[in-house]
Ligand binder design. Structure first.
Ligand code: 7TS
Length: 410
């Protein structure tokens, strides 16, 4: 594993291929990142040596597997600066983590007359679970507005919206369409003062910058392993211990009970209470390796690297005719979304693919935000630790070719 950024691209085998006759330029990291050798090796080693079900066997392999799984939990807890490993629940990812909070905490604590506060920039994963629990409980949904194309939260509206009826405020750390980095600590402090529980969607920040749940002062934080150099199928929910202990299970099965009768059962404490069935221990071990990998690079250095590339891409793309760029012009997360007046985002992405460039085009699971901005889709370039300035040159050249084809070149 490199302890510096030297030769970082060598750590990512996927990057070294040709696509449509061009060297691959992978700029779809907000959807999922590529995986370093260290993570794939950790996964292989687990399955080659230690594989066995966890928390149930007294034999050597089961004990090794349990140690590896619980070691990964402790590693993830350290990664987000949780107070204890028991504050980390392994899930399939951000979506499942938010569903867990909405179903368990929301189901037990929300009722008619209560309000769930969200923002206009939320991913569907941080909207639909709340809509489901609102329907179940009779609670209402309320939204903190986005200011417009510069994509900031309208903080001047927050005090008006954070009324005593608001029981929970759920918002994203970094927007997957706008690249806005929200002031999480301030939002959590203001919510706490108003008596609301906070849920932070860290899907787009966890692999890109320091994330410290105690500095943020949040109650819950959700994220996915596959967006932070980990493998798919694993993620986590951080929850403050006192809150987790107060919550009912959301799924039932093996592993989460202390005793079962024909008519009633008793639950284990967290985290087991929320991990019914055989957990995804192999991928959890690989997530621990992803934490090691990212910390070896330094998360502050990653933030600067990805943010600088996104800012540079924004400035270079801004020179193109007829382009509309979304999100803040200054500090931003590691991505940039844009739309051309007369060219559909899917055409932009298809042309880029011909040049070996992987972009994403569509609504990015932000349909309400798109509607709010009067758009149906954007093209998006998103960056990670292995991306380089020359790849922005390739992106801009490809966009110029697209504009020329559609007769919009300057
Ligand atoms: N929240 C945000 C802010 C996201 O960007 C995503 C995924 C999710 C939640 C859901 O994560 P999952 O791992 O549970 O699916 N965002 C994207 C994207 O922007 N393009 O593809 C997936």
């Amino acid at each position: 594993m490199p302890s510096t950024w030297d030769r970082i691209r060598d750590e990512f085998p996927t990057l070294h291929q040709q696509v449509n006759g061009h060297p691959l330029v992978y700029l779809d990291n907000a959807a999922t990142t590529q995986k370093p050798r260290a993570v794939m090796t950790a996964l292989d080693r687990f399955y080659e040596r230690d594989n066995s079900n966890v928390h149930r066997g007294l034999h050597a392999l089961s004990m090794r597997a349990t140690d590896a799984y619980e070691g990964a939990r402790a590693r993830v807890a350290r990664f987000v600066n949780a107070a204890a490993p028991e504050e980390i629940i392994f899930t399939r990812g951000t979506t499942e983590s938010i569903n867990l909070v909405a179903a368990s905490w929301g189901g037990a604590n929300l009722a008619k007359g209560d309000v769930i506060l969200l923002t206009e920039m939320e991913h569907h994963s941080n909207l639909v679970p709340w809509q489901l629990v609102a329907r179940r409980t009779g609670a209402a949904l309320r939204y903190l507005p986005v200011t417009g194309d510069e994509g900031l939260l309208d903080l001047s509206a927050l005090d008006r919206l954070l009324t005593p009826e608001v029981k929970v405020f759920a918002f994203t750390h970094v927007s997957n369409t706008l690249a806005t980095i929200n002031p999480v600590a301030e939002l959590c402090a203001r919510a706490r003062k108003a008596g609301a529980v906070t849920v932070v969607d860290a899907a787009q920040s966890i692999g890109h910058m320091p994330v410290d749940v105690r500095a943020m002062g949040c109650d819950f934080l959700a994220f996915s392993g596959h967006k932070m150099a980990g493998v798919t199928g694993i993620g986590a929910l951080f929850g403050r211990r006192a809150l987790l202990e107060s919550m009912p299970p959301w799924q039932g099965g093996g592993g989460m009970i202390s005793s079962v009768d024909f008519h009633e059962s008793r639950w284990k404490p967290p985290p087991e209470r929320f991990e019914a069935g055989t957990p995804n221990f192999g991928d959890a071990v690989a997530l621990g390796a992803a934490c090691d990998f990212l910390d070896s690079l330094g998360r502050e250095a990653i933030r600067q690297h990805d943010g600088a590339l996104a800012k540079m891409a924004y400035e270079r793309l801004a020179e193109l005719p007829g382009i509309r760029l979304l999100g803040p012009r200054g500090e931003r997360g590691g991505l940039v979304s844009f739309a051309f007046r007369d060219i559909h985002a899917h055409d932009v992405v298809t042309f880029a693919d011909e040049d070996g460039i992987a972009l994403r085009g569509g609504h990015h699971c932000n349909q309400p935000l798109m509607k709010r901005l009067g758009l149906t889709s954007t093209a998006r370039a998103s960056f990670y630790v292995y991306n380089e300035e020359r790849e922005i040159d390739a992106l801009v050249a490809s966009m110029r070719r697209t504009l020329k084809f559609f007769g919009s070149a300057d």
